[in-house]
Every structure is written in structure tokens, then in C-alpha cells.
Write a protein that binds this ligand. Structure first.
Ligand code: SAH
Length: 216
């Protein structure tokens, strides 16, 4: 039996790791309080699910640190009506948070096994506004675009041009760009056809592997 009080652990995570560090976005805080992060990791790691760091999810990939995910979502500046594209489904945890906050989430994952596990979990939790596709996300998903928001959960050597092309007018793209071991979070906005780029601090992500990312 598992007697841990995950709701309490989750509330503590939100208070200590998110709110105390300055993130106050209402719908994001509500989503973080709701989505059961412990159900997105292997049973042996459930006790660590609300700790302040990333955890392995198999296939050399990780579920990102809660604060990193919250920071990226904060920069998306969501209003609730967006059509959103996520690159790097991974465990599906961030996908679930986003599905709580916007109308429709399209999520791309290159590793079939991870995509399949995430899909099963999200189905079990009852999400109906998520479409996961097994695909090289550096090429985006043109058939359903353009998107109001695009979020990339893996580090890229450069900004993949297809993602900028698939961004709506007024849209925002959040992506870690840099070398393999350290990146800068870029917040890219498309305003009146112009592309405006801002930096939002350092971060460390697993590599974005694909045609417009790392080659291996
Ligand atoms: N936010 C996720 C973390 C994902 S880790 C979570 O909460 O669990 C990054 C994911 O990006 C990995 O699953 C990796 O397989 C995936 N990935 C890397 N390159 C990709 C690409 N080109 N297209 C789609 N997914 C990619």
C-alpha cells in the first residue's frame, strides 16, 4: 500500500518551489496543484516526484524540474483560448498542465515508447484535448498549424525555422537554445510579421534531436 499524502506534497511543492520563487500566474498555479506529478514517474520514484529536481523517465530522458516547467509556461503568457504545440512529450506531465490551461494541445515526441506511455497515462486521467503524434518535432506539425503558442522541452543548437513559420501572428515560442550541456531560454514573439527575441535565463535540457536540432 502507498500511504503518502501526495496532495500535501504537491501543495508544498507549489508553495516552496513555485510561489516563493515569484511565479503567481493563477491558472498555472491551479494546474500545478491539480496534476498528479507522481503518476508520471515510475513507481519506485513516486516518493521523489515533488522534489526540486528533474527525474529519469527511461530512454535517457527526464521529467523536468517543476520550477523549470513553471518558468517556461509562465513565459508563454497564456490566456486560456490558445491552440498550442508542445515539442517533447516525455512523461506527459507538462502536456497535462498545458491541457488544463488552454483549449487544445498538440504534442510531438520522437521516441515511440515514451509517447505511448504518456498517451496511456493522459487517457487514464481523462484528458480529451491532447493529440500526441510520434514525429521529429523540429519540423513542427504544419497540418494543424499555425499555433498561438509553441513550447520546446529539449535543448536545441538553434531555433528551428519551421517552428517560427508555424507561429501565429501575436504568437509566442519558448525554446532552450545553446550547446549540449547548457542553454539559454529564448522567448520569441511574432508581432506584425516581425520576430522579436528575448532571453530569459540559463537552463539545462536533454538534447532536441532532429532535422533542425542535434543530429544524434
Ligand atoms: N516536459 C517533459 C520533459 C521531456 S524531456 C516532461 O514533463 O516529462 C524532452 C523530450 O523531448 C524527450 O522525451 C525526448 O525524447 C523529446 N525529444 C527530443 N528531440 C525531439 C524531437 N526532435 N521531436 C520530438 N521530441 C523530441
Amino acid at each position: 500500500m502507498d500511504f503518502r499524502d501526495y496532495r500535501r506534497e504537491r501543495d508544498l511543492m507549489v508553495e516552496e518551489q513555485i510561489i516563493r520563487r515569484g511565479i503567481r500566474d493563477e491558472s498555472l498555479i491551479a494546474a500545478l496543484r491539480k496534476v498528479p506529478r507522481h503518476q508520471f514517474v515510475a513507481p519506485a520514484l513516486k516518493g521523489k516526484a515533488y522534489d526540486d529536481y528533474p527525474l529519469p523517465i527511461g530512454e535517457s530522458q527526464t521529467i523536468s524540474q517543476p520550477f523549470m516547467i513553471a518558468t517556461m509556461i509562465h513565459y508563454l503568457n497564456l490566456t486560456g483560448t490558445e491552440k498550442l504545440l508542445e515539442i517533447g512529450t516525455g512523461s506527459g506531465y507538462q502536456t497535462a498542465l498545458l491541457a488544463e490551461m488552454v483549449e487544445k494541445v498538440y504534442s510531438l515526441e520522437r521516441l515511440p515508447r515514451l509517447a505511448q506511455i504518456a498517451q496511456e497515462r493522459l487517457n487514464q486521467l481523462g484528458y480529451k484535448n491532447i493529440l500526441i503524434t510520434i514525429r521529429d518535432g523540429t519540423c513542427g506539425l504544419p497540418e494543424f498549424g499555425p499555433y498561438d503558442r509553441i513550447i520546446v522541452a529539449a535543448g536545441s543548437p538553434e531555433v528551428p525555422s519551421p517552428l517560427v513559420n508555424q507561429l501565429n501572428e501575436g504568437g509566442i515560442l519558448v525554446i532552450p537554445v545553446g550547446d549540449r550541456f547548457a542553454q539559454t531560454l529564448l522567448v520569441i514573439e511574432k508581432r506584425e510579421g516581425e520576430v522579436i527575441q528575448n532571453e530569459a535565463g540559463g537552463c539545462v535540457f536533454v538534447p532536441l534531436v532532429g532535422k533542425y536540432g542535434w543530429k544524434t
